[in-house]
Design a protein around this ligand. Structure first.
Ligand code: MN
Length: 479
């Protein structure tokens, strides 16, 4: 990659926010001055790191305080500057962001172990104060992963593991898919270099071999949409290397991966998404059970799109993803898409949405409240949130996210305390099942309650996965 310059950053910011270029320029000079004489392991002047971090943020159309904080993010830790200096030179918001990012890295505990757990906890919970702190941290991690080649092999593996453990799930939960897939690929590259190389080669070959098929389909769909006067844009995408790696590990054959090749079709409104779907099905046979409506059943990280895998040209399976332009921003950037969609009010909308719409958030608050010990906190977050998840339906068709292994009891408490406390059993799909029934993906669950019921027994504690259910059972039995 070409070396990034200040001009690149300013041009990027100017694209979406021309009025605030000057403050970004000032933050750069300020940081450059402070980091004078410091160097990266690559031999480059240190400022190249914050500059790259700021550029990743500008690419997401971050607000100016976030970009400035990206430029200044290492000044409190590595230079003479103080939080008050930054507040004075810039503003309080920027100073708080930089301070937040710094605190993540700068905890002082006696043992290395304890420090690690405390630090991990800080990273995870900072999402509850201001999600922008985590986003800056993600950008910081992404650039460090991109430049990992200059570290020792031990450090490379250690960083890659930590990235998979903490940063990939965080990126997934806020829906930042672009960052998530790049972090996954970079981690794989350092954890299993040979496997990575092999799949990278396969991927390049697939892209060459599928070129004709995808070009043909792109042209056909383009013409169909033009005929109907539907404003649109189409992009080609191949699954990321880590995604392919995971499928192959599960025993799939490469060309049977149904979403290996995708066409992303963006249109102007929801009605046209469905019309586009019809047009595609009229031309290419769909695989019925690979059709997904994430527009009216969004993923729990707010991803929305129609997915349909069809029998494409040259006997290849091709997935098409159909969505509006705004949905596409959310699909790439998740919560951070609000920077672009909401402009000035983005920061508040992000924090509000996180509280109300993202299911993992309530679980996170619950775990944070219950577990005083840092090690136990980190362990529980990994077991309950950063783990394989299942998605089940309420009788109304809402989707509920639960950790794998969750039972009807977990489900009842996730919906409402009263449901858990009066739970008798449940109807799962069309069968009566006991309270300790382990739920599976796509189950439809209707709980049966009785206000005269016995209430949650103490033995139920061993039959739940979630912190909330466990706490509610304990509280009930104390009374
Ligand atoms: Mn940094």
């Amino acid at each position: 990659m070409e070396k990034l310059t200040l001009e690149d950053l300013l041009l990027k910011v100017e694209e979406y926010n021309p009025l605030e270029v000057e403050i970004v320029r000032k933050a750069y000079s300020y940081a450059e001055n402070l980091h004078q004489g410091q160097f990266r392991q690559s031999g480059e002047p240190y400022i190249s790191h914050p500059l790259n971090v700021a550029y990743i943020l500008a690419d997401m159309h971050a607000d100016k305080d976030t970009i400035c904080a990206g430029l200044l993010h290492d000044t409190l830790e590595d230079t003479e500057a103080t939080k008050e200096d930054i507040a004075f030179e810039f503003n309080k918001e920027t100073a708080n962001l930089v301070d937040g990012v710094t605190k993540l890295a700068k905890m002082n505990f006696s043992s290395k172990e304890e420090q690690n757990f405390a630090n991990t906890r800080k990273i995870i919970t900072s999402i509850t104060n201001d999600v922008r702190i985590v986003i800056i941290k993600l950008a910081d991690r992404l650039h460090n992963m991109r430049t990992l080649e200059f570290k020792s092999e031990f450090k490379q593996k250690e960083n890659a593991m930590e990235t998979m453990d903490i940063f990939v799930p965080l990126a997934y939960y806020i829906g930042a898919y672009r960052i998530k897939s790049e972090l996954e690929d970079l981690s794989l590259k350092y954890l299993y270099p040979e496997k990575y190389k092999r799949i990278e080669e396969i991927k390049t070959k697939i892209e060459m071999d599928s070129n004709h098929c995808l070009e043909e389909m792109l042209k056909t769909i383009n013409d169909l949409l033009k005929c109907q006067n539907i404003p649109h844009e189409i992009k080609v995408r191949t699954k990321n290397i880590y995604g392919i790696y995971k499928r192959l590990e599960q025993g799939h054959k490469i060309y049977d991966i149904h979403d290996l090749l995708s066409l992303k079709i963006m249109v102007d409104n929801i009605a046209n998404c469905y019309q586009t779907l019809g047009l595609i099905h009229s031309k290419y046979h769909p695989i019925n059970d690979k059709f997904k409506d994430y527009i009216y059943n969004p993923k729990t990280n707010m991803y929305r799109s129609l997915h349909t895998t069809v029998f494409g040209e040259d006997e290849r399976l091709v997935q098409t993803q159909i969505r509006t332009f705004d949905m596409d921003k959310v699909a790439s950037f998740g919560l951070t898409a609000y920077w672009d969609i909401e402009k000035g009010n983005a920061r508040n909308v992000m924090q509000e949405d996180l509280k109300n719409k993202y299911q993992f958030f309530k679980s996170l608050i619950e775990i944070n409240r219950i577990f005083a010990d840092n090690q136990e906190f980190v362990h529980q977050v990994k077991a309950e949130l950063f783990t394989d998840k299942i998605y089940v339906y309420t009788p109304k068709g809402d989707i509920v996210e639960l950790p794998k292994g969750a039972t009807v009891i977990d489900y009842a408490y996730k919906i409402h305390t009263d449901l858990g406390n009066t739970l008798v059993d449940a109807i799962v799909n069309d069968k009566r099942e006991p309270v300790d029934y382990v739920l599976k993906n796509k189950d439809r669950v209707r709980v049966i309650t009785d206000t005269m019921s016995y209430g949650p027994r103490n033995e139920w504690i061993d039959k739940v996965q979630t912190t909330k259910a466990r706490r509610k059972i304990i509280e009930f039995n104390k009374k």
